[in-house]
Write a protein that binds this ligand. Structure first.
Ligand code: HEC
Ligand code: HEC
Ligand code: HEC
Ligand code: HEC
Length: 402
């Protein structure tokens, strides 16, 4: 996803629309978005017309810019800057701080690097620490949390146990770091899996898909909070309490939590006939959250674990409010080392069946990077079909209904 940070069609569309909306309010965003998504473009002032920045424009620029968060961005880093805070009052949006030392040396944590003819290689401390990721993965707006993966991780048992960002996102393997170099046991995978995948036509996503499957395996758990009675009676309502627990090193989801969808799908059936469903998809692939069903008629008991942004006018949601305008955020994510418990109350048929029927209850936790309606809203209609849903955990049980 680092290599994809200025290939992403969603990024281009949102970057352009943010430039336009802010310009209409008299605010120049300038390099605000590009600074983290292609730091070398920002550092070299390569973008002059931000409003008309398209993949075609980027493709005329040097490869280090096209590659977004590329090798050189991370491996020329010599100092670890503080987190990024956007001060909107001063209308100074360009505040990420990169300390890249560009004298032809590349730094990392190997203390006996192999000589090569491309660049000098040197050991530098800090590459195995979470702080290394902080200035891009910790964004506050006027001191308010917006995308704060590092803050979420700080002070947790993960930090105490030495589980850094790299521990989970850059697992080790044995191999060669350079041609002619020694076999090393402590190399690091660079897939940086989370939830995102390329939705550009023809993308292979190479090893990323299996890296995501691996990191999501066991990342959250779904359980019945209390056992359901063996027998339920007609005329009663069925109460289901489900607990969803988080095993990731930060909130789940994290980062751009306002565009993520993590939700519970629940299905209850009697002898195979569905009598209740929540978290199911409509014909467009959307869940019935307040964006697609403002009055919450179809799926009033739906549980989505993400955030909702509010601006100073009280508007809410990703269609109306961007991070730079937010003054408040409602946080429904799964807290780090924590859980959320949710309830469903389901009316059962009033007429008892003849003999005992089987009442089946199932629930699964589903996750995707964007809701389809957001992609359609920015005219990425074809790309909707390439959005993936990751099923993280599921439970089911059967009881007698009579
Ligand atoms: C120069 C800025 C920068 C630095 C430094 C950086 N990242 Fe990122 N990272 C990004 C951007 C921008 C994206 C989003 C790219 C996209 O999705 O288009 C991203 C995406 C990711 C993702 C994928 C998230 C998803 O939704 O799938 C992971 C995981 C990640 N970064 C982890 C890390 C870790 C761990 C470090 C530190 C070792 C790190 N990053 C350092 C800018 C950075
Ligand atoms: C204990 C393992 C673990 C640690 C430590 C960890 N992560 Fe993650 N990370 C995960 C898992 C699992 C996911 C997928 C679930 C999620 O999105 O929260 C994830 C997802 C992400 C994502 C995508 C979030 C989203 O929902 O869009 C980013 C970005 C990320 N991590 C960055 C980081 C950074 C930066 C750090 C260090 C401050 C870090 N991670 C530490 C396990 C970990
Ligand atoms: C987002 C930042 C980031 C990007 C982009 C990145 N790296 Fe790394 N790289 C790291 C970090 C952090 C480590 C050390 C991880 C640790 O020690 O826990 C590392 C380690 C390495 C090492 C040392 C051997 C190893 O595997 O530990 C080499 C070599 C390397 N990277 C090469 C590259 C190349 C080549 C690219 C581009 C194709 C690249 N890196 C892109 C952050 C990055
Ligand atoms: C402080 C650094 C920073 C700034 C500034 C920033 N981003 Fe990001 N952006 C990130 C990181 C880190 C991620 C990955 C977080 C995650 O996956 O949850 C990301 C993810 C995204 C994604 C999701 C990509 C995907 O495929 O999942 C989009 C779209 C995006 N940013 C657009 C923008 C726009 C538009 C702006 C300007 C208004 C902007 N960003 C400014 C760091 C930044």
């Amino acid at each position: 996803m680092h290599a994809y940070s200025v290939t992403d069609p969603v990024w281009f569309k949102l970057q352009q629309s943010e430039q336009e909306t802010h310009e209409a309010k008299g605010v120049i965003l300038g390099d605000f978005c590009i600074q983290c998504h292609s730091p070398i473009a920002a550092l070299t002032n390569a973008i002059t017309d931000h409003k008309n920045l398209t993949p075609e424009v980027i493709s005329t620029l040097p490869p280090q810019i096209q590659e977004g968060v590329t090798c050189d961005v991370c491996h020329s880093t010599t100092h670890l800057p503080e987190s990024t805070d956007i001060q909107t009052a001063e209308q100074n949006f360009e505040t990420a701080d990169f300390k890249l030392y560009l004298d032809g040396t590349r730094y990392s944590i190997i203390d006996d690097p192999q000589d090569n003819s491309f660049h000098k290689s040197e050991f530098h401390e800090g590459y195995d620490q979470s702080d290394f990721c902080r200035n891009c993965h910790n964004l506050t707006v006027n001191g308010m949390d917006a995308e704060v993966t590092n803050f979420e991780w700080e002070g947790t048992s993960f930090e105490a146990m030495g589980s850094e960002c790299q521990t989970c996102h850059m697992p080790t393997y044995e191999g060669y770091a350079a041609e002619g170099g020694p076999l090393r046991e402590n190399l690091h995978r660079h897939y940086f899996p989370g939830v995102g995948t390329s939705i550009v036509a023809g993308s292979e996503n190479n090893g990323l898909l299996s890296a995501i499957t691996e990191i999501l395996d066991g990342s959250a758990e779904v359980n019945f909070f209390e056992p359901i009675a063996d027998t339920v009676l007609s005329n009663e309502s069925l109460k289901i309490k489900i607990i969803v627990s988080n095993n990731a090193g930060h909130h789940f989801p994290s980062g751009v939590t306002f565009t993520r969808q993590l939700w519970l799908e629940v299905n209850v059936s009697i002898d195979g006939d569905t009598i209740f469903q929540s978290g199911h998809l409509n014909e467009n692939g959307d869940i019935y959250d307040f964006y697609t069903d403002p009055d919450r008629i179809v799926d009033p008991q739906l549980n989505v674990f993400n955030t909702v942004l509010y601006d100073a006018q009280g508007d809410s949601g990703i269609m109306n409010v961007s991070v730079e305008d937010m003054v408040w955020m409602n946080d429904y994510t799964l807290p780090v080392s924590g859980s959320r418990t949710v309830n469903y109350i389901i009316d059962l048929p009033t007429v008892p069946p003849e003999g005992g029927s089987s009442l089946d209850i199932s629930a699964r936790l589903r996750f995707r990077s964007f809701p389809p309606f957001l992609l359609r809203h920015i005219n990425l209609n074809e790309e909707v079909d390439r959005l993936l849903i990751w099923d993280i955990d599921q439970i089911s049980t059967s009881v007698v209904f009579q």
